[in-house]
Ligand binder design. Structure first.
Ligand code: M6R
Length: 615
């Protein structure tokens, strides 16, 4: 949820710290701060509620000089997003500073202990206690060794953390630790760096070290990095990752916002993902890391995720049941964690997570693995925790997704799930090679179909005006496109703050129809598919109540166009199961235009964070 960065080296620290925070701001953006060790031997910092841009403005007058510092952008969990609660947090002496992403579960108990032992607690955060524990360890058993002092403090904590610590009495050194929240470090000739993910480091290196749970790292001003394992012993072979994107991939590149950029990148993302997947033996998917026999024996698939990625699972369920003839179960990760899943000896668990760091999804994966399931991850982030803690991983290669609302990762994940399904279908004999090839060629048409929808964005811009006076909206769809309705409604509410509900169209008359009144916007996804006529009947019910109906329909569907106030046109899609990948592009653009009409920040919607690393 929060983003952390750190630097110690030859260069002035402030510029990297601010740029690094800007690159991580998608992780949380309610307050920000930094602390730099100045040549006078003191820590000097600036912190404030609000965005990184506000912090950067304040830094102009603060004139922070120093070649070492740590910084943070926050998504508040404990304590309101105020200046006082913004990180970095200091110990009583003001000589130890810390930034943290995660949650300290036993902070209340530690706080009481610290107060009883003379410490003054200055904030409402769970994080601050860590600074005071390090202060005690530094003054006591670990004197002179920041790694030892940090380890000593961490031994008393329960919860999750990625943290960076600096101490005015240990100049040229930053200590970084990980337990449950991601952090990478990098060694370069100019200095050593730390960040919550590789995004801020893409401009300075091509390789990072990804810390594992329990590990700590000492970053030194000469640019070296020493990793230590949980037992305190040096680890000279830590996990390294190559950065798989260019620094420019995370810049706007001429677009007005990341959402616009990422929506438009969908065709290329899908092309990358499909490339080289079809062989004479079917679909190439070695990432599944299972033998043909194991694949053939799968008799149940558990699909587990949160938010938009859960919607991917709903579509994957349809694909798996229709194409591979395997029973599939979808679960919200946050729900599965408190249920008894009905697994068989041959159940495959598939987790879908763009970031690869969603805490609920990771917990679910761990649990399913402990129960004996093979876990396969579909994710966008190389080396993410999901990838490490699964038996196999498929990277969707959509490139960095910066906008909090997921768009290109959504469609790429559906295509990844389609490939996986084809692999399963081939393995268990539900499809022969010819059928696999035909389905694959259908998938190959998706990029051009999306390009066609993108060229029709003017339709969405026009329709967005219908939402000007709306206080709510209803999305309807049937079959696989009930999920398009769910995802369309989620996109609209996350970025425009307009209440939106989604239902399978046939369910409308069982309750939601009571919402309808003249002018009420109803978005009906009604492509040319086997449930088309049924959905048309639902549109008639909407019309009979005077609501404003916006259809997402297939080119040439005059019947639907005549019955609706507006129509968002999609070109014909070769398989009806693949319509969601094309139709959603209209709803992404519609949500964006509605949000812009309402003056919202489409990339950083209020209260949200891209990577939800707390349960
Ligand atoms: O990184 P993940 O795919 O695991 O994230 C899951 C959800 O938090 C995420 O999809 C969220 O719903 C997005 N804001 C959707 O746009």
């Amino acid at each position: 949820m929060c983003g952390i960065v750190g630097y110690t080296g030859k260069k002035q620290a402030q510029q990297f710290l601010l740029e690094g925070l800007a690159a991580l701001e998608y992780r949380g953006y309610d307050s920000a701060g930094l602390e730099v060790l100045s040549p006078d031997g003191e820590l000097h910092g600036v912190k404030c509620s609000g965005r990184v841009a506000t912090l950067a403005e304040r830094c102009k007058t603060a004139n922070l000089v120093g070649t070492q510092g740590i910084a943070h952008t926050r998504w508040a969990t404990h304590g309101a997003p105020t200046d006082r609660n913004a990180h970095p947090h200091l110990d009583c002496t003001g000589r130890i500073a810390i930034v943290h992403n995660g949650i300290i579960e036993n902070f209340q108990e530690i706080r009481s202990y610290l107060r009883q032992h003379g410490h003054t607690i200055a904030t409402d955060t769970d994080t601050e206690v860590i600074a005071h524990l390090i202060e005690d360890a530094w003054a006591g058993p670990a004197k002179g060794d920041l790694v030892a002092a940090t380890r000593n403090a961490l031994a008393r904590l329960r919860g999750s953390w990625a943290l960076a610590v600096e101490c005015a009495d240990a100049p040229g050194e930053i200590v970084v630790a990980r337990q449950g929240s991601p952090v990478v470090v990098a060694s370069t000739p100019d200095g050593a760096y730390a960040a919550s993910d590789a995004m801020p480091l893409a401009g300075v290196t091509k390789h990072v070290i990804s810390l594992e749970d329990g590990q700590l790292a000492r970053l030194s001003a000469d640019g070296s990095v020493q990793v230590y394992d949980a037992d305190g012993l040096p680890n000279d072979h830590p996990m390294t990752l190559d950065i798989d994107f260019d620094a420019s991939a995370a810049t706007l590149g001429g677009y007005s916002d990341f959402m616009a950029k990422e929506i438009s990148e969908q065709p290329e993302a899908i092309e990358r993902l499909l490339k080289g997947r079809l062989t004479e033996h079917g679909i190439e998917l070695d990432e599944l890391s299972m033998t043909k026999e194991e694949l053939a024996s799968i008799d149940r698939v558990y699909l587990v995720a949160c938010g938009t990625s859960y919607h991917v699972c709903l579509i994957a369920r349809e694909l798996i049941e229709r194409w591979a003839k395997i029973q599939a179960v979808c679960e919200y990760a946050s729900e599965l964690n408190y249920k008894e899943p009905m697994i068989t000896d041959h159940t495959l668990c598939v987790i879908v997570t763009q970031s690869g760091e969603t805490a609920d999804t990771l917990t679910a994966a761990k649990r399913m693995r402990a129960m004996g399931c093979k876990v396969f991850a579909i994710t966008n982030v190389l080396g993410s925790t999901a990838a490490r803690e699964s038996d196999g991983t498929m990277y969707v290669q959509a490139g960095p997704e910066v906008c909090v609302a997921s768009t290109k990762a959504y469609t790429a994940q559906i295509v990844a799930a389609s490939l996986m399904t084809l692999r399963l279908a081939y393995a268990n004999g539900s499809m022969d090679t010819g059928e696999i090839q035909r389905r694959y060629h259908d998938l190959e048409q998706l990029p051009d179909l999306i390009r066609e929808v993108l060229s029709r964005r003017w339709q969405d811009k026009k329709v967005a005006k219908a939402f000007r006076k709306a206080h709510s909206a209803l999305f309807l769809g049937r079959g696989v496109n009930s999920t398009t309705a769910y995802e369309g409604a989620l996109k609209l509410k996350e970025i425009s703050y307009l209440h939106a509900e989604a239902y399978p169209a046939g369910e409308m008359k069982h309750g939601p129809i009571a919402l309808l009144e003249p002018g009420f916007p109803v978005v009906a996804i009604v492509p040319a598919d086997h449930v088309h006529d049924k959905t048309v009947s639902n549109i008639q019910e909407v019309q009979a109540r005077g609501a404003h109906c916006i259809a997402v329909a297939t080119d040439g569907d005059v019947e639907v166009a005549q019955q609706c106030e507006d129509t968002l046109w999609i070109p014909p899609v070769p398989e009806e199961e693949l319509v969601p990948v094309v139709a959603i592009v209209h709803l992404q653009m519609l949500a964006r235009y509605v949000a812009l009409e309402r003056g919202c920040d489409v990339d950083k919607p209020r209260n949200l964070a891209k990577s939800v690393t707390v349960e």
